[in-house]
Design a protein around this ligand. Sequence first.
Ligand SMILES: N[C@@H](CCC(=O)N[C@@H](CS)C(=O)NCC(=O)O)C(=O)O
Length: 218
Amino acid sequence: MTLDLYYLNDSAPVRAVLLAGRALGLEFNLKLVDLLKQEHMSPEYLKLNPQHSVPTLVDEDFTIWDSHAIVGYLATKYGTDDTLYPKEARARAIVDQRLHFDSGTLFPRLRNIIHPLLLLGKSVISTEAKRDVEEAYHFLEKFLDGHDWVAGDNMTIADFCCVSTVSSLDVLVPCGSKYPNLAAWYKRCKDKMVGYEEANQSGLNIFERVVKSALSQK
Ligand SMILES: N[C@@H](CCC(=O)N[C@@H](CS)C(=O)NCC(=O)O)C(=O)O
């Protein structure tokens, strides 16, 4: 079995897939896609993924992109049990809701901040963007009320997607002590996720350097 993963170190969606890979004991054949060199717009890459995003996974003759779809595929195909992505309808619906929360709420709010910083030469985060992130933190705080993980009492693929985005957001709009459930969950992810340091933290460190440099430009 060969799993090619088209990736970029500092991308939050890529880091979610790397975390899922670690939890499932999978090895990826990593293929760097340098967005600054427009490699994602090359004819070869567009043939693979017409949406030109990273991550993209190629498993033999099957290609899939979008981190949420990829982690669901990997857990279903390679999980030895269904803890990371439950089969039972209601438990799965909660995991899916949290995956959509990351895809439709958390990640777009991260992109709303990094797009102006990295592509439009801005060096401040707007009040509206900060307010939207605080609202997203507030939602997560509620999801985590009485639960250790975002979709309930077990770590699931939704935690990989949410923590890769939250850890990036935290660099820009620190969660601080206002959200105790969120802070405890973030620490739990760092402590309990297999290979957290290599899969998330190392790319996050690069992300942090890049955004802090943009924020310090005058
Ligand atoms: N919903 C997608 C978002 C992927 C995404 O936006 N990736 C960014 C890098 S973090 C990217 O590839 N940007 C270049 C582009 O979309 O052209 C996912 O979860 O995989």
